[in-house]
Design a protein around this ligand. Structure first.
Ligand code: PDD
Length: 285
């Protein structure tokens, strides 16, 4: 069967999956989303993703379109119908459809769409380090909400791609890295400390970040949640990014200058494999 997508209760061929042009997600980015990785048929940290979905909805004042249990059934159906063993599930909830007006009312019907796609298994194994560039962080002040409003992120990522890099680290007005355009940013100091920015309103509290913190703690690695500068990253022995799509991806170069020996380092490699194995051991969803 060809690719199936979900729109408000219906499973449709992907090219027939459509939403209304007055959907506020389309007009205003008025909605939220989640991306969950699928490893060997298992949904990585699904419960944490659903917790964050609830948080984003609550902060935006959008009701859940269905119960958590029903949402899990739709997610599992999508994995089954699209035959995903390794890949991603994407779901977004918008505030609803109404004639265009900036002001919204509380009684709208939220709209849920979902897609799923396969990805090569190779991304879950050890990998070569990637390049990162820095760009100014031009986003709003509630980056903890996983909203659809990703234009600054898209512009940052496009700059990275144009520069032959994998990711762009966004830098705040005080000169500190906030996070990547679609990932959290980490460095490892010469003292072996793992540094990553605290999960305040300034960044998205990544699910992979949270899982990696737990995994690093199990290995007795010291984690310090504090902001760091690009200059400090260049002094680091290692750097890496975390996200549902990147898992733990080592960073070997920042703005054209090597970090460490420019290749993937032992900490990033160990955490990447540990995370992969941790998900793979989870009971089948
Ligand atoms: N992005 N920071 C930003 C700005 C992100 O967009 C993401 C994820 C993360 C990492 O969060 P998590 O570990 O929960 O994936 C951090 C997803 C993958 C995306 O937009 O496709």
């Amino acid at each position: 069967m060809s690719r199936v997508s979900y729109v408000n209760g219906r499973y449709l061929p992907h090219d027939q999956a459509e939403i209304h042009i007055d959907d506020r997600g389309y007009q205003f980015g008025d909605g939220i989303y989640e991306v969950v990785t699928v490893i060997n048929g298992k949904l990585a940290d699904l419960e944490w993703h659903l917790d964050r979905l609830n948080y984003s909805l609550t902060e935006m004042g959008i009701p859940m379109p269905m119960s958590r249990a029903a949402l899990k059934i739709v997610i599992r159906n999508m994995i089954r119908m699209n035959r995903i063993t390794y890949g991603l599930v994407y779901f977004q909830i918008t505030r609803g459809v109404m004639r265009r007006d900036h002001a919204y009312n509380a009684l709208m019907t939220p709209q849920l769409v979902m897609t799923a796609k396969s990805m090569p298994k190779v991304r879950h194994q050890e990998m070569a380090a990637v390049k990162v560039i820095t760009v100014p962080d031009q986003r709003w002040q509630r980056r903890d909400i996983k909203t659809l409003q990703l234009l600054p992120n898209c512009m940052a990522k496009t700059k990275a791609v144009e520069a032959g890099a994998y990711e762009a680290w966004m830098v705040d007005g005080d000169g500190f890295v906030t996070e990547g355009s679609s990932s959290n940013a980490w460095i490892v100091t010469a003292e072996g400390e793992l540094i990553t920015r605290p999960a305040t309103f300034d960044i998205l509290s990544g699910i992979t970040r949270k899982a990696v913190i737990a995994m690093a703690e199990q290995r007795n690695l010291k984690i310090v949640e504090r902001p760091f500068t690009p200059a400090e990253a260049l002094e680091a022995t290692e750097a890496f990014v975390t996200s549902a799509t990147s898992l733990v991806t080592p960073v070997g170069e920042l703005d054209g200058t090597r970090i460490g020996d420019g290749d993937s380092g032992p900490v990033a490699n160990a955490l990447r494999l540990a995370y992969y194995e941790f998900i793979n051991r989870q009971a089948a969803e």
